[in-house]
Write a protein that binds this ligand. Structure first.
Ligand code: GAP
Length: 463
């Protein structure tokens, strides 16, 4: 079973490359570890995920405000948030035998050790010092250097003199916190309310791996939801349901989602409660898809102390106070991987094995593909172009496909998850049967069934 699942992930990665979803970053120069480029279909799927998220969490609600903060921020932001310290470091250990740098917690887990989460640097150092039984996953030797903390932020210099340090943001969240006062002053929101942001984040991961799962440049979709302290549990329950609804909207099956209540000793320095939503990735098993944390008033308080600017909410009656915050945080790449894993299907159709992506219609890169039955018949092509242009005007993500025979086109569109294929044939021209004039076939991806529909009904049928 595990082998099948490994195999499934390999097939998905191969499909992603072959059909233009995901390419290795800087591929022609041998790549850059931990980076991937989205191809034409990948960017369409990625944008659809982000658009649906924005629709559900921002446009679909009255209590949410959007934001798009700069990636580069004053370095004081990261000092105040605690990211420059040990709180945003991973323990790294070098194998003296083969020279490979590993994440110490990963090595312990791969050696079957339990109780690894939440260990301090000193505890990691003890384990590897007395660790004659810890084997290097790469060379199988047992010769370890000292465990050290490695900060995950990418450092950079700002300006021609290069005398100002900055970082590529490792999360979008801090951009929200530092703009809290701006949003309150400009929008006068009523508590509880949230600020949402989608954007890039960067982490110098020690061991980037598993396709898009752990990368050095990725996108997050984050919300900071501000509440009164007394209400945090009630609001936590409500947002919890919203997160579950989002995962259902992505088409992820309940049985493939698991919730992990992070134990107290492993909570991030700012959190009083965190639930990790885990997805059952093929060949990997359950691992983090999204996080949901109660961050108390830690961040606004830290920024108020560090900047001297009041980060307060003033109720209609009463004194200004620092709200507490709930944070649903989603990685776009992990959602992308989970969506593909859930959608990847092999079945038998017409006596042949076929591969198709059973993507939800709102996520598919193309909603519909249009083709003429034969590409060497100008009258069929002209009619098909007419249909294509009108659908493209309406929906945008419409494909034109006239390569090979119709059967091959169906397989090609199935493989990239196009829910509908429309074919313009001689009946559309009304040559044999005038009753069929201006009708086309719509072929459905999941069942392979076809129906005959009048062109005038197409838009309402596909909406
Ligand atoms: N603001 C809170 C925060 O950033 P996190 O658990 O570190 O929390 C949130 O990250 C989400 O971002 C994760 O659940 C995951 O989906 C995604 N993520 C984090 N690191 C990632 C990486 N190196 N590669 C891909 N996605 C990542």
């Amino acid at each position: 079973m595990k082998e099948n699942q490994d195999n499934k992930m390999d097939k998905i990665v191969s499909l992603c490359k072959r059909r233009g979803f995901v390419f290795q970053g800087s591929e022609i120069y041998g790549g850059l570890k931990g980076t991937w480029d989205l191809g034409p279909l990948g960017v369409a799927l990625n944008n659809n995920i982000k658009r649906e998220w924005w629709k559900m969490f921002v446009d679909g609600r009255e209590d949410m405000y959007g934001l798009d903060a700069a990636i580069l921020m004053n370095e004081k932001v990261w000092e105040a948030s605690g990211h420059t310290g040990a709180g945003f470091s991973d323990p790294v250990v070098v194998c003296n035998a083969c020279g490979t740098r590993h994440r110490a917690d990963h090595v312990l887990k791969e050696n079957g050790k339990t109780g690894v989460d939440g260990l301090t640097l000193e505890q990691f150092q003890m384990k590897f010092k007395s660790g004659a039984d810890i084997i290097c996953p790469k060379c199988q030797k047992r010769d370890w250097g000292e465990v050290k903390n490695f900060n995950l932020m990418f450092e950079t210099q700002v300006g021609a003199e290069g005398d100002m340090k900055s970082y590529l943001r490792p999360e979008t969240a801090q951009g929200i916190f530092v703009n809290f006062k701006n949003v309150v002053d400009s929008m006068s929101p009523k508590l509880p309310f949230g600020i949402a942001q989608v954007g890039k984040a960067f982490r110098n991961e020690i061991a980037p791996r598993e396709f898009l799962f752990r990368v050095r440049e990725f996108e997050q979709m984050e919300i900071e939801y501000f509440v009164e302290e007394k209400d945090w549990q009630e609001e936590f329950e409500k947002l919890h349901l919203d997160i579950k609804a989002w995962h259902a909207h992505l088409g992820l099956k309940d049985e493939n989602i698991r919730e992990y209540e992070v134990p107290e000793n492993d909570l991030a320095h700012y959190s009083k409660r965190t639930i990790d939503f885990e997805y059952n990735y093929p060949g990997k098993g359950f691992d983090e898809l999204a996080g949901f944390a109660y961050r108390t008033d830690h961040d606004l308080k830290s920024h108020e102390e560090a900047s001297g600017v009041k980060m307060r909410y003033t109720p209609a009656e009463g004194v200004p106070f620092i709200p507490h915050v709930l944070e649903p945080s989603f990685g776009v790449g992990r959602a992308f991987t989970a969506v593909l894993a859930e959608a990847y299907t092999e079945d038998e159709m017409g006596g042949e094995i076929r591969t198709y992506l059973k993507l939800p219609i709102h996520l598919a890169p193309y909603k519909v593909a249009v083709s003429p039955l034969l590409k060497n018949k100008p009258e069929l092509v002209a009619k098909a172009r007419e249909v294509f242009v009108s659908l493209k005007k309406e929906f945008g993500n419409v494909a034109w496909d006239d390569n090979g025979n119709v059967g091959k086109r169906y397989r090609r569109q199935d493989e990239i998850g196009t829910p509908y294929c429309i074919v313009i044939d001689f009946d559309t021209l009304g040559e044999e049967n005038p009753n069929l004039k201006d009708t086309v076939t719509i072929r459905h991806r999941d069942t392979g069934e076809q129906e005959r529909v009048h062109i005038s009904e197409l838009i309402s049928k596909l909406t």
